[in-house]
Design a protein around this ligand. Structure first.
Ligand code: SAM
Length: 216
């Protein structure tokens, strides 16, 4: 892996000054965007594959699904579902074990469908989401999105990794505003087996990587 990846550059000095107001607004309102028909079909497909028997793990924004493969080995008693909206990325996947499954859909819709059916996850992985580092892009970050309260309702042990520590600090504060106070933020030690393609390229570029763990 070539180490030429640029670090995150932001015009934010620290946590976004509108973070608390935005999260509180989303906690008090319901995300109204209509759910796409293809997302309903994707949820049906997942329910059929799952059957409800095994603990469920989501690898949200799995990209090329390197992490889905490794997480399926780690959580051998669970069904691990990699979800991404990009068919180009999903098509680069390797052969997956029988307890892993990939779904092409958008997370805003899938999470709402799962929460409406009162699904509780065992583990939830959000690995290297796009940081949207400009201050004007707060609403595109997962904790600035109207779907954030639904993400917290899905439960489970959440692992969020990023090369931008501010993203994780903001996400942690948003969780606290949602009443999810059991969390820890660490600098990730060197990973001899990177979990994802982004982790691999950031590590090869000697960037500091961060991990937030939250009990939802
Ligand atoms: C920066 S990439 C990281 C991919 C992978 N986790 C990794 O670390 O290599 C973010 C991924 O999230 C996916 N993604 C972003 N927003 C999404 C959404 N709303 N629904 C589904 N996938 C989404 C993108 O298609 C992309 O593959």
């Amino acid at each position: 892996m070539q180490g030429n990846s640029s670090p995150v550059i932001s015009n934010q000095a620290g946590l976004h000054e509108q973070l608390e107001a935005m999260v509180r607004k989303h906690l008090q309102t319901q995300f109204q965007r209509p759910i796409a028909e293809h997302a309903k079909q994707a949820w049906q497909q997942l329910k059929t594959e799952w059957g409800g028997a095994r603990p469920l793990v989501l690898d949200s924004g799995c990209g090329t699904a390197q992490s889905t493969l490794l997480l399926a080995e780690k959580h051998a008693d669970c069904l691990v579902v990699g979800v991404d909206r990009s068919i180009a990325r999903l098509e680069k996947r390797k052969q997956l074990p029988s307890n892993a499954f990939l779904l092409r859909t958008n997370l805003e819709d899938l999470w709402r469908l799962m929460a409406a059916d009162q699904v509780q996850l065992a583990y939830h992985y959000l690995l290297y989401p796009n940081p949207y580092p400009k201050a004007a892009q707060l609403r595109y970050r997962w904790h600035g999105s109207p779907v954030f309260p639904v993400l917290t309702q899905l439960g489970g042990e959440l692992t969020l990794r990023s090369n931008w520590d501010v993203y994780l600090q903001e996400f942690q504060q948003a969780c606290e505003l949602a009443g999810k106070t059991d969390s820890s933020l660490i600098e990730l030690p060197y990973q001899p087996q990177p979990l994802t393609a982004f982790e691999d390229k950031y590590q090869a570029s000697q960037q500091a990587l961060w991990q937030l763990s939250v009990s939802l």
